[in-house]
Design a protein around this ligand. Structure first.
Ligand code: TYD
Length: 207
């Protein structure tokens, strides 16, 4: 499904530790310096369902199974679009989202049928552009450990390896769906990655 708005909806995706959050913030400042109004947002959100998802991710004994979690991510996403993304795009603002349905396709399809996850996410509009920050799972794991934060459900090396493979599949799938996708080597410096992102976003501003 394509976006009904003229304003750009930009998504940054990638493994934990790939630097997505940093790049979202840098892109926001860069756009603001150019006089754009930007809404920076992320999934899972801090809306009610998103908060609940974070609790589930940190609870190894959670009674919420993977299929239910997949629906919860979908519910959070709909809530996110309705309350934040669409209103901002309607106002002519640029939206940058740290993760979107590509994360569901990559993470939830590890334990669930890919088509099941794709179906839950099938009605969400495609972003104007999606940047995938590509990183070796070993490097991702090191970076996540360095953060020293509690390890979530997805953050063991074996899982990161599977997620990295899963992202490859998502990129192929979304490319086949005609999405506008840019893959970036996330072992480059923060500035190099930022420059590449800006080069792709700049032409969207003059449209
Ligand atoms: P993350 O962006 O890492 O949030 P934070 O840095 O604030 O903790 O997202 C939390 C985890 O949720 C991350 O490991 C990816 C996972 N996730 C999914 O499994 N499915 C999804 O649809 C989304 C949006 C995230």
């Amino acid at each position: 499904m394509s976006m009904q708005h003229n304003s750009p909806y930009i998504v940054i995706e990638g493994l934990d530790g790939a630097g997505g959050t940093t790049q979202c913030r840098l892109l926001q400042s860069w756009l603001e310096q150019r006089g754009c109004t930007v809404v920076l947002t992320n999934e899972p959100t801090n809306l009610p369902v998103g908060k609940f998802i974070r609790q589930v991710l940190q609870d190894p004994d959670s009674l919420i199974g993977d299929a239910v979690l997949s629906y919860l991510f979908g519910a959070d996403r709909q809530n996110h679009l309705d309350t934040r993304v669409f209103p901002a795009l309607d106002r002519g603002e640029i939206v940058i989202s740290d993760r979107y349905y590509h994360s569901s396709l990559a993470y939830q399809s590890l334990s669930l049928d890919f088509d099941f996850v794709a179906k839950i996410n099938g009605q969400f509009p495609a972003p104007s552009i999606t940047f995938f920050l590509m990183l070796e799972p070993e490097i991702s794991f090191e970076r996540v450990q360095l953060r020293g934060l509690p390890v979530e459900r997805f953050e063991t090396l074996d899982r990161l390896r599977s997620i990295a493979q899963s992202y490859e599949r998502v990129i192929q799938y979304c490319t086949e769906q005609g999405e506008n996708i840019v893959c970036i080597d996330a072992t480059q410096t923060i500035d190099e990655i930022h420059d590449t992102i800006c080069q792709h976003v700049e032409p969207m501003l003059t449209q």
